[in-house]
Design a protein around this ligand. Structure first.
Ligand code: ZN
Length: 243
């Protein structure tokens, strides 16, 4: 993610600072979101089980919270009506770890753990995880359409811009947009990149040349030596051997 060099035709005229048309699915190909599941692909029962799985994992996390002196999470407080106000015991971690396939770490269980625990509960009930509680309105797609519309949607692929002899700088933070004019030579592009008129995008000439030689850099890179610098500058600094 960041900036990259593309080789495009000299007369390539795609608008600057706009996502290249080939990277964006056209609106008439997009399918309406399923109103039954709101794009979730599963029915509400699945979401109930997922919520209950989350609570079971939270009971396991609560053991660590108790050690840190933290109060019981409000969601769990509501359940102490079942435990005669007694907090959970360390056996809770064995249960949450067993459901999730791994014990709580750092801040606790994460979204992958919740997915694993939900799946474990569904399978413990003898149900097929792949087919149980799939939204019937959209058959688990999350969107609606005629078979022809669905086929067209599925068949859509990104298409790259045409290639040619020109040199152009693109940003890849969005899906990808051209951000410089097309130049006939890499030296001209390097000059453009190192023109002080670029302001916040300006980089030293040798950095721009190195970046073009490497062809790619992330937007920002942080190291103890350089601090936070633009990825273009980082490539030039580290690969070019100059500061
Ligand atoms: Zn649906």
């Amino acid at each position: 993610m960041g900036r990259e060099i593309k080789r495009v035709p000299i007369d390539f005229g795609a608008p600057l600072n706009e996502v290249w048309a080939g990277y964006r699915m056209s609106d008439d190909l997009r399918l309406p979101t399923c109103p039954d599941c709101n794009g979730y692909t599963r029915d509400a029962t699945y979401q109930w089980v997922e919520g209950i799985a989350q609570l079971l994992l939270m009971v396991g996390e609560d053991i660590a919270d108790q050690q840190r002196g933290r109060p019981l999470h409000p969601y769990l407080s509501a359940l102490t009506v079942y435990t005669n106000q007694r907090p959970a015991d360390p056996s809770a971690t064995a249960l949450s770890g067993g459901l999730a396939g791994r014990h709580p770490r750092g801040w606790g269980h994460d979204a992958i753990d919740c997915y694993s625990a939900t799946k474990a509960i569904i399978e413990a009930a003898g149900l097929d995880y792949e087919t149980w509680a799939v939204c019937t309105g959209c058959e688990g797609r999350g969107n609606l359409g005629t078979p022809e519309q669905v086929a067209a949607y599925d068949a859509w692929e990104r298409s790259e811009p045409p290639t040619g002899d020109g040199w152009q700088l693109w940003e890849t933070v969005s899906e990808g947009s051209p951000i410089s004019p097309v130049f006939a030579t890499s030296d001209e592009l390097a000059s453009w990149m190192s023109d002080p008129a670029r302001e916040q995008h300006w980089v030293p000439g040798h950095v721009a040349a190195q970046f073009i030689a490497d062809g790619w850099a992330p937007t920002f890179v942080s190291t103890p030596e350089t601090g936070l610098v633009s990825g273009v500058e980082f490539v030039g600094t580290t690969e070019g051997g100059e500061r």
